[in-house]
Design a protein around this ligand. Structure first.
Ligand SMILES: Nc1ncnc2c1ncn2[C@@H]1O[C@H](COP(=O)(O)OP(=O)(O)OP(=O)(O)O)[C@@H](O)[C@H]1O
Length: 322
């Protein structure tokens, strides 16, 4: 791998620059020719189905794995082989973060802080920010899964890094814990930190990220701002019409309706021409009780992953052929 240095015009390099990176395990491509720049101060979300290659790509960015080919630069420097100069500038939470299990929560974080040369005062503030202050004297061994996850996140943040990598940080958190972490992450973003994170929560990515990248089978199929993606792909809206107002055939015949289904006491009309269908519905039966479900990042994600998922030999995939 090569190292990228500041550009000739003196502009600071991006937080992360990935160029044509590949990685195979046992001859199978897990990451397949990915090129991606993550800007300083950006909140970037990496999305994709299980096994798409998100963790592998993030671990390559972190310098925890070596790419087979291509180049990676973090603040203009190669993270591989282990670049100790970068460590104070990066915070890393992986899906298998290591703990000093016999220590208490506070001792553990103090140890991590000392390893990175962080001020002891950062320990209490960081525990507080992830909602673990009340568990500070509990042994790490005795924490619940969600509490361990909070501690892993605290361990990535305690030294105040500029670039923070979080691999599914909200996976084991309850609803309240997720929302609390959103506020922590928003605060870090507001303070100018760069955040790269993976998640399966599309609502969360839509709410938090400046840009998302969708990985499918090791390839980056799109990179964009969530709202722009939703607008560009014109994902389908759903209109919910109470049953009994019109029948399925009448609904299917309305101009602009792409599909009709019966679900939960409603006729569900899928359309990419919401205004036209609403006008036609209004003329036919009135709009009383009609609900509109606007498209979300999840709709775009489902459409794109279906379109780009390779067809397994011997299976018929209508989406793929469309
Ligand atoms: N250490 C490894 N040895 C062999 N294969 C691996 C290894 N790590 C990952 N893989 C394979 O590489 C592919 C990508 O895995 P990866 O964990 O990067 O995906 P992911 O998108 O993070 O998945 P998830 O959402 O399930 O965490 C998968 O097919 C996985 O089985």
């Amino acid at each position: 791998m090569s190292t990228t240095h500041p550009s000739a015009d003196g502009e600071a390099p991006p937080a992360v620059a990935v160029a044509d990176v590949t990685k195979s395990y046992n001859g199978r491509r897990a990451v397949d020719g990915i090129t991606l720049d993550i800007r300083r101060g950006e909140f970037f979300g990496l999305l994709g189905p299980n096994g798409a290659g998100k963790s592998t790509l993030v671990e390559i960015m972190e310098g925890l794995r070596r790419a087979d080919s291509g180049s990676v630069a973090v603040f203009g420097e190669s993270p591989w082989p282990r670049n100790t100069g970068l460590l104070p500038r990066m915070g890393v939470q992986t899906q298998s973060s290591a703990f000093f299990v016999r220590q208490t929560v506070h001792e553990h974080l103090r140890t991590v802080a000392a390893l990175f040369g962080a001020a002891p005062s950062a320990v209490d503030a960081t525990l507080d920010s992830v909602g673990l202050s009340e568990r500070r004297d509990v042994r790490v061994d005795d924490l619940s899964g969600g509490q361990r996850q909070r501690l892993a996140i605290a361990s990535a943040l305690v030294h105040g890094p500029e670039l923070i990598f979080l691999d599914e940080p909200t996976a084991a958190l309850d609803t309240e814990g997720r929302r609390d972490l959103w506020e922590v992450l928003r605060g870090l973003k507001a303070a100018g930190r760069t955040i790269v994170y993976t998640t399966h929560h599309l609502d969360e990515a839509e709410a938090l990220c400046d840009r998302v990248g969708i990985l499918v089978a090791g390839r980056l199929v799109v990179t964009d701002a969530p709202q722009h993606l939703i607008g560009t792909f014109g994902a389908t809206s759903r209109l919910l019409v109470p049953l009994g107002r019109i029948d399925e055939q009448q609904a299917a015949d309305l101009p602009g309706v792409d599909a009709v289904a019966v679900r939960g006491g409603h006729l569900v009309l899928e359309t990419r021409a919401t205004g036209r269908v609403l006008a036609a519905l209004d003329a036919l039966t009135g709009l009383d009780g009609v609900q509109t479900r606007t498209p979300s990042l999840e709709d775009v994600y489902l459409e794109l992953t279906a379109r780009h998922t390779p067809v397994a030999p011997g299976t018929d995939n209508q989406e793929q052929q469309a």
